[in-house]
Ligand binder design. Structure first.
Ligand SMILES: C[S@@+](CC[C@H](N)C(=O)[O-])C[C@H]1O[C@@H](n2cnc3c(N)ncnc32)[C@H](O)[C@@H]1O
Length: 311
């Protein structure tokens, strides 16, 4: 598959709204090169000070890079992104130079572009995500480690929607549970559920590349005895009743399977929905209530919402 890199030179203030615009437009990942990063003193995990390469960073402001698949809609998607960024001025957001450039990247470059920005991250009280190419010694004996090679699939584990999904799983998964992960991407949520002692996990994704990536990561984390990865559209054709269904997908997609999720859950089971941008909060909440769920908890991070709904 060919990918197109869209690069936007903007300001720190605009990073969050532009991230939302890019994710809404279907970007699979965003890299942020912030000039400010260069001047921060940083230490590696052994306490050594290290420096970043100035060539990777802009002199001022922030360069955001996102990756979009090259398809027949690419031109329109880019135009919509540009338009949405220009509209930020109406909300008094400084968009700085607003220089937008497009270039084509090949699959391999895309996969490695991530690597230099991606280090072990503690994302909750229990979990630390460690990229496969980094050495990491657990700080605490009960720390749960997820090793990930996100490759081409969404799910470095550090996006707010993923972090909140994992926090929601920590609060709901019980030993012996059967968990379904809709839109598994790199497999990160399925691996988390297995490490939280779920008995059986079904990881589903429509995208063949995500399925391959999830299979690889599931093996890497030695949870392949519990986790089955399958190419599937949402919950189509699945009929084994679950204790938990988790879906980190855009609101529009969640709305398509709230009723199916309700039907497929055991009584007292949880439907965890993430990936909901704040503007869509009410719409998803209404659909969950309409399907027969009660909202047990709402998590908020930056501009994103995660619901823990109970049947
Ligand atoms: C935002 S990513 C979430 C990845 C990962 N679960 C995480 O939390 O980091 C959404 C994933 O849903 C998948 N997806 C989108 N539409 C889908 C559908 N109709 N059925 C199954 N998966 C779908 C995408 O391929 C993508 O891997």
């Amino acid at each position: 598959m060919k990918w197109s890199e869209i690069s936007i030179h903007t300001t720190n203030e605009a990073v969050e709204p532009i991230s939302n615009i890019l994710y809404e437009a279907g970007a699979s990942g965003i890299v942020i090169e912030d000039s400010f990063e260069l001047y921060k003193e940083r230490k590696d995990q052994f306490g050594e000070i290290y420096e970043l390469d100035p060539h990777d960073y802009p002199d001022e402001g922030v360069i955001m890079k996102a990756y979009l698949p090259v398809n027949s809609f690419l031109g329109e998607t880019v135009e919509e992104i540009k338009q949405a960024i220009n509209n930020l001025i109406l909300f008094n957001i400084d968009i700085g130079k607003n220089k937008v450039t497009i270039s084509e990247v090949h699959e391999e470059e895309w996969a490695t572009a991530w690597k230099k920005y991606y280090h072990p991250v503690k994302i909750s009280s229990k979990f630390t995500i460690v990229p496969t190419w980094e050495e990491y010694e657990p700080v605490k004996t009960d720390e749960l480690i997820i090793e990930l090679d996100p490759g081409m699939a969404f799910g470095t584990g550090t996006h707010p929607t993923t972090v909140m999904s994992i926090q929601a799983l920590e609060r709901t998964v019980k030993p012996g549970d059967f968990v379904i992960d809709v839109g598994t991407g790199s497999g990160v949520l399925s691996i988390a559920a297995a490490l939280l002692q779920a008995d059986e996990v079904l990881a589903l994704d429509l995208d063949e590349i995500a399925v391959q990536s999830a299979k690889l990561n599931v093996k890497l984390n030695k949870v392949d005895a519990k986790v089955t990865v399958k190419q599937n559209n949402l919950l189509d054709g699945i009929n084994q009743k679950a204790n938990i269904i988790v879906g980190n997908l855009l609101a529009e997609i969640i709305l398509r399977f709230t009723n199916d999720a309700h039907a497929l859950l055991k009584d007292g089971g949880y439907f965890i929905t993430s990936g909901i941008i704040n503007q869509k909060r009410k719409e998803v909440e209404d659909a969950l209530l309409q399907a027969g769920f009660t909202i047990e908890e709402t998590l908020v991070m930056e501009d994103w919402i995660t619901f823990i709904a109970k049947k």
